[in-house]
Each structure stands twice: as C-alpha cells, then as structure tokens.
Design a binder for this molecule. Structure first.
Ligand code: CO
Length: 134
C-alpha cells in the first residue's frame, strides 16, 4: 500500500481536561478541536504538529473500547494512524497479504476522515488505523 504520512497518534486518556496543561502548557501545542465520535463512544481532542496530529481519546461510556483499553493497559499510546490516498485499495492489499482487518470497509471517523483499523494481532500488537481525506 502507499502511505503518505503519519496522520495522527491516538492516546487514551481518562480525562482530556486533566491532560490539557501538559499538551498546551508544557508542549506548547494548541487544542484546535474537541469532538465526540458517537459510534466509538469517545470524546477526542486534536493538536496539530507539522503534518501530524495528536488525538486524545477519552471514553464517554464504560462500553467504549477505549475504556476497556485503559482498564487493561492503563492510559497511553492507543493507536497510530497512517494517511493514504486510497483507503479501499489499501485495505484490499492488506487483506490479500493476510492481515486481519477490524474494518473491512472504510467508515466515518473524527474530523470527516474515512478510517479503518487493522487488527493488532497482525501488526505486532500496535493498533493501526488507516485514513483518507474524502
Ligand atoms: Co484515530
């Protein structure tokens, strides 16, 4: 597949508000968007750094996969998202190479992106997201 850059790094947090002093006050990044993604049951906060974003993920429900992640592994890096210009093709190619997919088709993510996740069993335990600007 052809990837263009790291679109964002997703970081699981219990509270976005509690982390703002670090990202804004210490790192000097500016939170430019806070958005709730209903179907993933998360609130997201975005910081831009170059071509890449930091995406903080706060669960809005105990059912959220991010809530389960924090319960099991604690707060911290949750996923890496790579940008591609053709998500459907990238998914097809991954599948042909035997990669297990969480999403076999693109779906709507935060910030109007089309996204799909690859299964960590196939990616050395790193939850991997592919995304494309529609
Ligand atoms: Co993401």
């Amino acid at each position: 597949m052809e990837l263009t850059h790291i679109e964002h790094i997703g970081i699981a947090v219990k509270s976005i508000e509690e982390q703002l002093p670090y990202y804004e006050g210490v790192l000097g990044l500016k939170c430019y968007n806070i958005e709730t993604v209903e179907d993933q049951k998360v609130k997201t906060a975005f910081f831009q750094i170059g071509q890449t974003k930091i995406e903080l993920l706060e669960p809005t429900s105990e059912e959220s996969t991010v809530a389960k992640f924090i319960e099991k592994r604690g707060e911290g890096v949750h996923h890496i998202a790579f940008a591609t210009n053709n998500l459907t093709e990238a998914l097809q190619q991954a599948e042909e190479k035997g990669v297990r997919l969480i999403d076999s088709k693109p779906r709507a993510g935060a910030e109007g992106l089309n996204i799909a996740f690859l299964h960590p069993k196939s990616t050395g335990s790193v939850l991997t997201e592919l995304c494309e600007h529609p």
